[in-house]
Design a protein around this ligand. Sequence first.
Ligand SMILES: [Zn+2]
Length: 209
Amino acid sequence: MSHTLTVQWTIEPQTAPRPWLACSRCGGQRPFVCSGKARLNANGRRLDAWLIYRCAVCEDTWNRPIFERRTVTSVAPDALAALQSNDPAWIRQVAFDIEGLRQCTDRIEDLADSNVERRVLSGTVDSARLEIVVVAHHASSLRVDRLLSVELALSRARLTKLETAGRITLLPESRKALQRPIRDGSRIVLDLTAEDDRAEIAQRARGGP
Ligand SMILES: [Zn+2]
């Protein structure tokens, strides 16, 4: 039996975080949905850029500032080109910038629906130890327990039991590992020695047939 199955999970969130804002048209706090479109506006010699959101209820627009009153030369050329062409990859990067969004509102809904792409780095499914290397290009509020329960089909109760037994570790070392949001570069280590279905768990971790 080889020692450790090491897999890399690349986590790609599907839905951009939704800021909750007061909607002036339909009234009250509403979630706003990213439209996937940006707008660049020249005001004299100054440029403004926004990412456009729509109220989930009435579709009224909210313009999230990307930058304001900037001279052409102070804007990074790739950002300028991306804005001029409405480049989807660049816009996606801004839409998923949850830290940037926090400057506009305290209330952000992160739907935590993610695709997980799996890749085996080393080891086989009969390993007693599972190590998951997390690759996450966007900050997310997706928690370790939710990720593991969905992707490994383990109940929250079972995960809590494993953690209490000291069989789940988050590296860099962190207390209350299960409650932490996932971070790029972190490693989740599971000791499956005592689990009868460890081969099934390992199979789900590595994916494929
Ligand atoms: Zn509205």
